[in-house]
Design a protein around this ligand. Structure first.
Ligand SMILES: [Cu+2]
Length: 132
């Protein structure tokens, strides 16, 4: 689930730092293999779901955003960012759903929204993939 908290009014332009946004994945732990993500944008901004690896020793939420407000997507395993479609696109418009299936080996991952400033505004969650 991808959401904006607080303000319900529409605003143009990129999100300011300090806006409260939400990314929640249920469950937060899944067995290794094919994992299907269905990302529902219940907020009013455009959002997306990107699956990034989490290096050993790194905690979720510690990535550093660049001057464009985005985090490095290198090593991305896939993303759901096309409105009402699978895979990558221009972002999930408000009220739409996107989806993707990826094969994940055991490990730690971080699910993020990489629209400008959304990561720093709280749109991230660790996903743990177990060998069982
Ligand atoms: Cu977002």
């Amino acid at each position: 689930m991808l959401a904006d908290a607080g303000m319900m009014s529409m605003m143009n332009g990129p999100a300011p730092m300090g806006a409260r946004m939400l990314l929640r994945a249920v469950p937060a732990t899944v067995p290794a293999g094919q994992v299907s993500f269905v990302a529902e944008n219940v907020g009013w901004r455009t959002h997306e779901l990107v699956v990034l690896p989490l290096q050993p020793g790194y905690a979720a939420g510690r990535r550093v955003s660049g001057s464009d407000g985005k985090v490095d997507e290198s090593g991305s395993l896939g993303e759901a960012s096309a409105s009402c479609a699978a895979g990558a696109g221009d972002g999930l418009a408000s009220g739409t759903v996107g989806w993707i299936s990826v094969t994940l080996p055991p490990g730690r991952y971080e699910l993020v929204c990489n629209q400008p400033n959304h990561y720093i505004d709280g749109m991230r969650q660790e996903l743990d993939v177990t060998s069982g």
